[in-house]
Design a binder for this molecule. Structure first.
Ligand code: FES
Length: 107
C-alpha cells in the first residue's frame, strides 16, 4: 500500500510505499523520513510520533493503543492530538492505503 506523508516543514510526499511486513515507523524510516526511532520500536521514545488524520480510527481498530503507548503519548502534552500515534505500534493494514500521515513536531 502507499501513504501520503507530510514532513515537519509541511512538504507532502504522495505514494510512500509501506510493505506488509513493516510497522508504519519502519516504512517511514526506510523511506528516509526524519524519524529517529531511538527505542527501536518499543513504544518508549516517542520519536516516531505522527498524526494519522482521518485514518486514525482505522489504525486504532487494527492496532489499538496499548498501555505503554498511552503512557508515552500522555507525556507529550501539547503535541498530543486526538489522532496521535506512535507509528512503531501501527501495523500494516490494507485499510490504511492512501492514509495521510503527518510527522509530529520534535519534542
Ligand atoms: Fe520509539 Fe516508536 S520507535 S516509540
Amino acid at each position: 500500500i502507499t501513504v501520503n506523508v507530510t514532513d515537519r516543514d509541511g512538504a507532502r510526499t504522495e505514494g510512500v510505499q509501506w510493505e506488509d511486513h513493516e510497522s508504519l515507523m519502519e516504512a517511514l524510516t526506510r523511506n528516509k523520513f526524519p524519524i529517529l526511532a531511538t527505542c527501536g520500536g518499543n513504544a518508549s521514545c516517542s520519536t516516531c510520533h505522527c498524526y494519522l488524520g482521518a485514518s486514525a480510527q482505522t489504525a486504532g481498530a487494527k492496532s489499538p493503543i496499548g498501555d505503554e503507548e498511552e503512557d508515552v503519548l500522555d507525556m507529550l502534552d501539547d503535541t498530543r492530538h486526538e489522532d496521535s500515534r506512535l507509528t512503531c505500534q501501527v501495523e500494516w493494514s490494507e485499510d490504511l492505503d492512501g492514509a495521510e500521515v503527518t510527522i509530529a513536531p520534535e519534542w
